[in-house]
Design a protein around this ligand. Structure first.
Ligand SMILES: Cc1ncc(COP(=O)(O)O)c(C=O)c1O
Length: 405
């Protein structure tokens, strides 16, 4: 997810505008900033580009999830249904508002299995949180229907899927709220940063205040602000917003290159009939940051992963099943409820039950999956070489498996 790969004069120019004024904060200093409002400008650009009524920038994608949950009224004891395959930030945000992450299986979309969501609904369920992993989407029609049927909130973690769409709508704009991350390795970056997208004005206003100590932003100066509720400091700086402002104007260029490189690599991998690909509910909407592919068994997949490592071409080919950050199997700190501060007993009890939970359906998918990150810097020759090396490794592993059978 490499916005950073194409660093340019455009980013330097936007940052320099801020350095010229010396006003690094997004609020206040109206005279000194001489009309330079990078965070505000980026919010407007995001609304325009991604088709959201409102956008509120903040310091990270994690802060965006936390803020969205608070603004949607998710709190103590509420259950949030989320997938077993995501980044740790998704459950960190749930826990930070006092709620309980309820982990359910993923299917070959690598996101929430709608049938597993249905099964997990209880009296305490407040929200369903699909995580649009690796650039592509959950089955949003199915999830929207479930949320309507059970009067649940729908919060989209689209941190990894900037620019992806589902039936013409940007991911992150379909639910009650959605989030993007603009950390250093996302499709577009601010260095660090994130955004909450929502079409609900009340939710937007709550986000805007919550991320700035609850200040109501109505005072004639900042010190005159009142506090309709408690808040925190999750502000983005003008320097970070300036980088994002340059990047959002280049995001279509990034997405076009990603799509081209993805298609070229997919054509090569498709030569092997035993390779199958991630199922994508709306293939036209894939942002193509990764190509995720499956092999017939865990054993063959492990052999391929090991060989890619041995040949020094493992970088960029992710085997999430063994990854410490992204899959439930290795989230020992979560399952042991290891926290610096005391968690609520309900949270602790729920987390400790995760050790006993059956994730075999997710294991069956994730243990056979490899995701190859798509670079913007590859040329056609490099794609060909990379693809052919992978194909050779896969064919050898399939042969070895046949011999052993
Ligand atoms: C799915 C997902 N959600 C949330 C986040 C958190 O974003 P940030 O790193 O900006 O806090 C990430 C970051 O990698 C992510 O991949």
């Amino acid at each position: 997810m490499p916005g950073f790969e194409l660093w340019s004069d455009a980013e330097r120019k936007e940052v320099n505008d801020v350095l010229e004024t010396g006003i690094l904060m997004r609020y206040g200093f109206d005279v000194q900033r001489k009309g330079v409002w990078k965070a505000k400008e980026l919010e407007q650009e995001i609304c325009k580009r991604f088709g959201s009524k409102h956008a509120h920038l903040l310091s990270s994608g994690t802060a965006a999830l936390t803020t969205a949950m608070a603004a949607l009224g998710i709190g103590s004891g509420d259950e949030v249904i989320m997938p077993s395959f995501t980044f740790v930030a998704s459950f960190e945000a749930v826990l930070s508002v006092g709620a309980i992450p309820v982990l359910v299986d993923v299917d070959e979309t690598l996101t929430l299995d709608p049938a597993a969501v249905r099964k997990a609904i209880t009296q305490k369920t407040k929200c369903v949180m699909p995580v649009h992993m690796c650039g592509s989407m959950a089955d949003m029609n199915a999830l929207v229907a479930i949320c309507k049927e059970h009067s649940l909130l729908l919060l989209e973690d689209a941190c990894q899927s900037i620019g992806a769409t589902y039936k013409g709508k940007s991911l992150g704009t379909i639910g009650d709220a959605g989030t993007f991350s603009f950390d250093f390795v996302k499709t577009m970056t601010c260095g660090e940063g994130g955004v909450v997208l929502t079409n609900n004005e009340e939710v937007f206003i709550k986000c805007e205040r919550y991320t700035d100590h609850g200040h109501d932003h109505k005072g004639v100066d900042r010190g005159a602000d009142l506090h309709p509720f408690l808040g925190y400091n999750f502000r983005i700086s003008e320097l970070h917003a300036a980088v994002g402002l340059a990047q959002v104007k280049r995001v279509d260029q990034f997405l076009a290159i990603q799509k081209k490189n993805y298609t070229a690599l997919k054509n090569i991998l498709s030569q092997v009939p035993e390779i199958s690909f991630r199922s994508i509910p709306d293939a036209d909407g894939d942002s193509c940051t990764f190509i995720s592919w499956f092999l017939p068994t865990e054993e063959i997949t492990r052999n391929v992963v090991n060989e890619l490592k041995a040949l020094g071409i493992a970088a960029g080919n992710f085997y999430w099943y063994d990854n410490n950050w992204h899959y439930v199997k290795k989230w020992h700190h979560l399952k042991n409820a290891t926290s610096l501060n005391r968690l609520h007993e309900d949270q602790k009890t729920a987390l400790q039950k995760l050790t006993l939970q059956d994730f075999s359906a997710s294991d069956a998918v994730m243990s056979r999956c490899i995701s190859t990150a798509i670079s913007l810097l590859w040329n056609p020759q490099q794609i060909m070489e990379k693809g052919e090396k992978i194909v050779a490794v896969v064919k050898e592993a399939l042969q070895k498996n046949l011999k052993q059978a």
